[in-house]
Design a protein around this ligand. Structure first.
Ligand code: ADP
Ligand code: MG
Length: 572
C-alpha cells in the first residue's frame, strides 16, 4: 500500500525535495538554538562582554528570520504538494468510475460513490504533505536532541529516555484503534450521503405519501450511528492526548528534579542545565508532532484504503486488446443463440435468435418482465452475454471497441434522464460541438420549436435536476432531439411513448418516425400504431421469441400476439 501511495509523489519530485529540505533545515536550526544559549550563558556571560552578547543576539535573529522563511515554504509549498496529490487521486478515481460497468452501478449506491470521491479523500492531502515529512523530521529531531543531551550529560539523558518506549507503544496502540474508528466513520458518512441523496431525489414521492416522519426517523438512525462512531474516535483521541501529555510533563519534571540535583552536586554547569531543559523540550516536540500525525494519519489511510478498493474494481465489460475502432456501421444486426442472466438471477434470455436488416424496424412485444429491455441492452454491451454471439454487419460486437460500438447506437427510453443545466446543453449532449444551426434544425425535427419559443430564456432555460421543470412529453422530445444530433445508424426505442398523453404522443410519434427513417430500429412498444408500422414483430415471453412476422401474419396465426392484441388494443 505504501508503494502505491508514494507513486503519487512522482510528478512532484521537485516540490517534494524543496519542501523536504526546507523542513529538515528548519528542524536543524531548531536544534541549534539550545546550544547557542548554552554558549551564551557559560562562555559569554562570565566574560562580561556586552558586545559579544549583542552580536550573538543579532546572529540568532538572523537564524529566526531564515527559519520563518523556511516555515513559509514548508507550509505553503508542502500543502501545495498535498493538494496536488489529492487532486490527482480524485481525478483518477472519477476517470475510473466513468469506465465502470452497468453491473457496478446496479449494485452501488450513488451517495456511497459521491462520498468516496469527495469526503474519503479529504485528508489525503494533509497526509501526503505531513506524513513523510513530519515523521522524518520528528525522528531526526528526536535522535538529534537525544544525541546532544547525551553529549551534555549522558546519565540524565538516559534517565529521560526511559519513558520514551512507553510513549511509543501508547501511540501505536491508539493509532490502531483510531484507524478502525475512522474506517467506520467513513462508512457511516457514505451511508449518510446515500440516505440524503436518495431522500432528496425522491422528495416528491416522500411528500406525496406524507412519509416525512418516516424519513426523519430513518435519517435519525444514520445520524445517531455516525455520532456514536465519531465519539469513539474522539474518546481514543482524548485518551491518547491526555496520557501522552501526562507522560511528557513527567519527563519535564524529571529533568527539572534530577537536573537541579546534578547542578547542586557539581555534575553539570548552569548553562548545561538550561540547554538540557530546552533540548528536552525540543525532544518532546516531535513526540507531540508524531501524536498529531497519529490523529490525522489513520483518517487519511482509512480513506486511501477505500480509494484503492474502488480503484481496483475492474469494469466487467472491457475492450479486447485487439478490438477495432469501427468507423462506419450499416446496421445489419444478428443475435445468434444469445443467452444471458443478471447476477444472482436465473437466465433471463436463453438461445435468442433473430436478425434485423439495415433500415428495418422491428417491434418487440410481450408481457412486462419478459426481457425486451434486456435484449436491447445487450447490443451496446451494457452487459456482456454469457454465450452466443451478437453481430453487427457480420462483425462480433466484442471485436469492436466499446466507444465505437456505442457511438453507432442511440437509445431513447421511457424514463428520460436529463442533466441539470439548460435545454441547449442537454440537446448538444448528442454532439458536443453542434452548431447553432444544427441545434435549431433538431429542435424543429423533434417538434420542440413551439415549446422553446414559449420558455422565458428559450434554449438557455434551466430545466432543473433531471429536467423537473419540463413536462414528460417535453423531456421526451429533448431526448429525441439529442438523438437527431447523435445521428446513429441503429436506434433503440424502449417504450419511448408509453408514458405520454395522446396529444403529445402524436407530436412525439411524428418525431420518432422521422428519427427512425433510414436507421435500423428496435422498438419496444405498446401502441398499436408503432407496432403496425413495423417491418416485423417479435413476440417475446419468458420462453423466448415465440412468434415473429408482420402484424397481419401474426393476427392470422391467431397465437399469443393476436391474444395480446385483442386484450390491449380492442379500441384499435
Ligand atoms: P421487459 O423490458 O421485457 O419488461 P426486462 O428486460 O426489463 O423486461 O427484465 C427482464 C428480467 O430481468 C426481469 O425479471 C427483471 O426483474 C430482471 N432485470 C432487469 N434489469 C435488471 C438488472 N439491472 N439487474 C437484475 N435484474 C434485472
Ligand atoms: Mg422494459
Amino acid at each position: 500500500m505504501l508503494r502505491n501511495f508514494f507513486a503519487y509523489y512522482r510528478p512532484y519530485k521537485w516540490l517534494f525535495t524543496i519542501d523536504f529540505s526546507c523542513a529538515i533545515l528548519a528542524a536543524l536550526l531548531e536544534l541549534a538554538f539550545p546550544l547557542a544559549i548554552n554558549k551564551v550563558i557559560d562562555d559569554l556571560l562570565p566574560m562580561g562582554n556586552w558586545t559579544f552578547i549583542v552580536w550573538a543576539c543579532i546572529a540568532l535573529l538572523g537564524v529566526y528570520v531564515v527559519t520563518a522563511f523556511l516555515h513559509y515554504i514548508v507550509t505553503y509549498w508542502g500543502h501545495m504538494l498535498g493538494i496536488n496529490i489529492e487532486t490527482d487521486m480524485r481525478r483518477k478515481l472519477f476517470d475510473h468510475v466513468q469506465k465502470l460497468s452497468f453491473r457496478f452501478f446496479d449494485n452501488n449506491k450513488t451517495g456511497h460513490l459521491v462520498s468516496r470521491m469527495t469526503n474519503d479523500l479529504m485528508d489525503i492531502g494533509e497526509i501526503a504533505h505531513h506524513g513523510p515529512e513530519d515523521l522524518f523530521i520528528a525522528v531526526m529531531t528526536l535522535f538529534g536532541a537525544f544525541g546532544l543531551m547525551l553529549s551534555i550529560n549522558w546519565k540524565l539523558a538516559l534517565l529521560t529516555f526511559i519513558i520514551i518506549p512507553f510513549l511509543i507503544c501508547l501511540s501505536i496502540y491508539f493509532s490502531r484503534k483510531m484507524s478502525h474508528a475512522f474506517s467506520q466513520m467513513f462508512a457511516d458518512i457514505a451511508d449518510f450521503n446515500a440516505r440524503v441523496e436518495n431522500n432528496v431525489s425522491g422528495i416528491r414521492v416522500v411528500k406525496a405519501f406524507t412519509n416525512e416522519n418516516h424519513e426523519m426517523e430513518k435519517f435519525a438512525i444514520n445520524n445517531g450511528r455516525f455520532r456514536k462512531t465519531k465519539l469513539v474516535a474522539y474518546k481514543v483521541m482524548a485518551w491518547n492526548s491526555s496520557i501522552s501529555h501526562l507522560l511528557m510533563k513527567v519527563i519535564s519534571l524529571f529533568v527539572l528534579g534530577c537536573g537541579t540535583w546534578f547542578v547542586i552536586y557539581g555534575q553539570m554547569t548552569f548553562g548545561e542545565f538550561i540547554a538540557f531543559v530546552l533540548l528536552s523540550n525540543v525532544f518532546l516536540t516531535p513526540i507531540n508532532q508524531i501524536n498529531s500525525v497519529i490523529e490525522t494519519y489513520p483518517k487519511g489511510i482509512a480513506g486511501f484504503r477505500r480509494y484503492l478498493d474502488l480503484l481496483n474494481t475492474a469494469p466487467d465489460e472491457k475492450d479486447d486488446l485487439d478490438a477495432i475502432d469501427v468507423k462506419h456501421l450499416n446496421g445489419d444486426i444478428e443475435y445468434k443463440d444469445v443467452t444471458f442472466g443478471y447476477e444472482g438471477k436465473g437466465k433471463v434470455l436463453s438461445n435468442i435468435n433473430f436478425n434485423v436488416k439495415r433500415g428495418e424496424t422491428i417491434a418487440l412485444v410481450g408481457p412486462s418482465g419478459a426481457g425486451k429491455t434486456t435484449i436491447c441492452s445487450l447490443l451496446p454491451r451494457f452487459y456482456d452475454i454469457e454465450s452466443g454471439n451478437i453481430e453487427i454487419d457480420g462483425l462480433n460486437i466484442k471485436g469492436m471497441t466499446m466507444q465505437s460500438l456505442r457511438h453507432h447506437i442511440g437509445i431513447v427510453q421511457q424514463d428520460v434522464f436529463l442533466f441539470d443545466g439548460t435545454i441547449r446543453e442537454n440537446i448538444a449532449y448528442g454532439k458536443l460541438n453542434a452548431t447553432e444551426e444544427e441545434i435549431w434544425d433538431t429542435v424543429r425535427r423533434a417538434q420542440l420549436e413551439e415549446v422553446i419559443h414559449d420558455l422565458p430564456d428559450g434554449l438557455d432555460t434551466f430545466i432543473g435536476e433531471r429536467g423537473v421543470k419540463l413536462s414528460g412529453g417535453q423531456k421526451q422530445r429533448v431526448s429525441i432531439a439529442r438523438m437527431f444530433l447523435k445521428n446513429p445508424p441503429i436506434l433503440i426505442l424502449d417504450e419511448a411513448t408509453s408514458a405520454l398523453d395522446s396529444e403529445t404522443e402524436v407530436a412525439i410519434q411524428k418525431a420518432l418516425n422521422e428519427l427512425s427513417q433510414g436507421r435500423t430500429t428496435l422498438v419496444i412498444a405498446h401502441r398499436l400504431a408503432t407496432i403496425k408500422n413495423a417491418d416485423r414483430i417479435l413476440v417475446i415471453t419468458e420462453e423466448g421469441i415465440i412468434e415473429q412476422g408482420t402484424h397481419n401474419e401474426l393476427i392470422e396465426v391467431g397465437g399469443t400476439y393476436s391474444k395480446l392484441h385483442n386484450a390491449q388494443f380492442q379500441m384499435g
